[in-house]
Ligand binder design. Structure first.
Ligand code: GLU
Length: 291
């Protein structure tokens, strides 16, 4: 049975880009035939698969309960109904802690005490790409240094990606468009798998939860294509199955720009308030430029 998911972060209102993803995931689970022939507002339901919902709300500073409530209300209004209870990552700290402990015990995760400013300074000193790739500063700290530093600040945890990739060996993953992809997890450097004071980070939580929710098919935008490489590695290290991936093109605003959270006119809430119907929103989506 196909199980797809929609996993928004409640840091703002739902916009057209989210609905594109949610509709594509809903359609794959519910309606094997082309979406146009089985629109959710027509109440059609093939019951061939499951569509589950997960709120990725571990970032307590940016996520707000009112955004979460509004996302659920917008999805229900659109007719994108989901199966089972809504999962909230904020409820799942102990599960992520166990996954982190597994990676730490395997010697593949290390504490990082760097601030954003430290990372930017180190990267620019090395003429690196603007702090995007972590330069590995804390990878080789001694146990004594780690102990001393953790007296004054709680660390983030990073994956030692080269060691992890060597441990896991070559890995493949499947993408609908790209076909069989050889995982290249090192390209993104030693990613954070647990943020300071939070105990988890997106890459760790997403693989743990996709597996725990039994997701067979991940449907999401091409902006997350590159992130899949290291997610595949984390799946291998944690003994989790690899779902199939469907990375879809991104919805652009009518002027061709990428949709941003600040484009509040493009939120579903704003369109609803202006009198749009779900059907009109789906038509708008069908006509929207894609990148
Ligand atoms: N929570 C992520 C976001 O809203 C999506 C994660 C995913 O689909 O893997 O961008």
């Amino acid at each position: 049975m196909i199980i797809t998911r929609f996993a928004p972060s409640p840091t703002g209102g739902l916009h057209l880009g989210h609905v594109y993803s949610a509709r594509a995931a809903w359609t794959l689970a519910r309606a094997p035939q082309p979406f146009e022939q089985r629109a959710p507002e027509q109440g059609a339901r093939a019951a061939s698969g499951r569509f589950v919902l997960r709120l990725e709300d571990i970032d307590t500073e940016r996520c707000r309960p009112e955004f979460a409530d509004a996302i659920l209300a917008d999805l229900a209004w659109l007719g994108l109904d989901w199966d089972g209870p809504v999962w909230r990552q904020s409820d799942r700290g102990p599960v992520y802690a166990a996954a982190l402990a597994h990676l730490r015990d395997a010697g593949l995760a290390y504490p990082c005490f760097c601030t954003r400013a430290d990372i930017a300074a180190a990267a620019s000193a090395q003429h690196g790409p603007d702090g995007a790739i972590y330069p590995g500063t804390c990878r080789s700290l001694s146990d004594a240094e780690r102990m001393a530093r953790s007296q004054s600040m709680s660390p983030a945890w990073r994956l030692d990606v080269a060691a992890a990739a060597a441990r896991a060996g070559p890995l493949l993953w499947h993408d609908d468009d790209a076909g069989t992809v050889a995982a290249d997890p090192c390209a993104g450097g030693d990613i954070v798998i647990a943020r300071r004071g939070i105990g988890a980070a997106y890459a760790l939580a997403v693989v743990v939860d996709d597996a725990a929710q039994g997701v067979t098919d991940v449907v999401r935008g091409t902006d997350l294509f590159a992130a899949t490489h290291v997610q595949r590695l984390l799946q291998a290290l944690l003994g989790l199955p690899a779902p199939r991936y469907h990375h879809h093109r991104l919805v652009l605003a009518s002027d061709g720009r990428r949709l941003a959270k600040r484009d509040t006119a493009q939120t579903i809430a704003a369109m609803r308030a202006a009198g749009a119907t779900p059907h009109e929103i789906f038509i708008m989506l069908d006509m929207a430029p894609l990148a």
